[in-house]
Design a protein around this ligand. Sequence first.
Ligand SMILES: [Zn+2]
Length: 476
Amino acid sequence: MEVCYQLPVLPLDRPVPKHVLSRRGAISFSSSSSLFGAPDPRQLSQRRGAISYDSSDQTALYIRMLARLGCGSTSASSAPERRVHRLLSFQRYLHSSRLLRGVPQQIPLHILDEDYTGQARCMLEKVGNWNFDIFLFDRLTNGNSLITLTFHLLNQYGLVELYQLDMVKLWRFLVMVQEDYHSDNPYHNAIHAADVTQAMYCYMREPMLAKSLTSRDILLGLLAAATHDLDHPGVNQPFLIKTDHYLATLYRNTSVLENHHWKSAVGLLRETGLFSHLPAEDSLNMERELGSLILATDISRQNDYLSKFRLHLDQENLCLSNASHRHFLLQMALKCADICNPCRPWELSKQWSEKVTKEFFQQGDIEKKHKLEVSPLCDRVANTVGNIQMGFMTYVAEPLFAEWARFSDTRLSQTMLGHMGLNKASWSGLQQEQTSVTEEVEPSTTGTDVEDAAARKDGNTGGTSSKEIPQGSRES
Ligand SMILES: [Zn+2]
C-alpha cells in the first residue's frame, strides 16, 4: 500500500525528562485548561499510573492536525496553519512539560527543519534494511523515532484502514507510548523500543512469516514491539525485589517488569480508546495476546522458550496455519528483536553495548551508595563493556539466533550471525588490548584467558547460564 501521509513535524526540544514526568502520582489535566495560558492550579489532580488529559479542545485540535496527516499534501497549508499544526502535534509534551516545570506556555521558537523531515522520509523508504540507523533516524525526527516509525509501519501495512483505527486516538496513543519511556534511561528508552520495532518489522517480512502472518498478527507484533519496555525504570527485577518496590509486590516477584510493561500498554490502549470500536471480546483478546508477547521478553525465561522452539524445529511440526503456532513464532521474533543488538553492524552494535553497560553501572552505583549487594554485571570496577558483551553473546544471543536461523534460513539470518561473529571478535580484540595495558601495570594478571577472566570477575566460575544475566537488562 502506498503511504500517504506527511511526517509529523515536532518541536525541537527534546521530550521532557522522565524525572519531571514521574509516573507515580502523575498528573492529569482537565478539559478547561487553556492551551497557551498559564494553567489553573485547581485543575491539577493527582493520579497514580498515568499522565493524561481529557480535553475536548485537545481532540478537536488533533483532528485538525491529523486531517493534514491524512491528505498527503506537504505544501497545501499556509504558514500560519502549519505553525498551529506544529504546536498542537505535540501538545501533550508541551503542555505537560511546561506545566510541571512551572514554565509559562510559549510558542516554540525552533521548528524542525523541512530538510530533516525530508531525510527522515528517505530513511523510511529503507526501513526494512538491517543496517537501518535508528540513532540517526531519532535525530532526524527530533527524538520522535518511536512515534514516527510505528505510525509509518502501521500505515504501510494498511492496518489503520483495515482496523478502522481512529487517527486521533492512534496518534494520542503513540505520543503517550513514547512519552512513557524514560528518556533519561541510557538504554531502556524509546529509541530502544523503536529499534526493536524496526527489527520486528524485518523479521515479520522474512518469507517464512510474511506468507502466513495475518493482519492481526502484524498489528499485535508491531504494538508489542513498540510497548514491550513501556515505563521501564532503568533497573532490573532483582533491584525492585530487594528494594521492596511496589511493582515487585504487585506482581509477586515474577516477570515484574514485563507485567508492568504490558499493563502500562493496556492502560494506554484503554485511555486512548484505540480499540474501543472493536467488540469487547476482540479487544480483550488483543490485550491478552499483547501481554503474552511482552511477557516472552523476560530473559529469565529464555531457556523455556528456546527449548520449545528447538523441539518444534527438531520435529518439524510448526504449522503456520495454526494460530497458536504463529503466536509462538511472534514471541520468538520479538525475543530476537529485543536482543538483536549484537547482530547489528559494529557501529550500531557498539553504541547499544555502551548504553546498556552504562545503565547496568548506574544501577550498581545506586546499590553501592545504599549499601546493597551489587548485582551481577553492574559493578563498574569488576566489569567492562567487552566482557559483558562476550558473555551475553555466548550464553544468550548466539543460542537464540542459531535456532532462529534454523527456522528462517535466509540472507538476513546469515547476515545477523555474521555481524555477531565479527562483533564478538572486535570486543575480544579490545579486551585483549585492555588486558595488555593492565599487564604492564599489574604483571600478576598475566596469562588469563579473556572469557575466563570475565567469568571470574562476574563470580561465574563455570556454567554461566542466561539466567545469570540480570533480568531487566537486555530484555525487557
Ligand atoms: Zn527491550
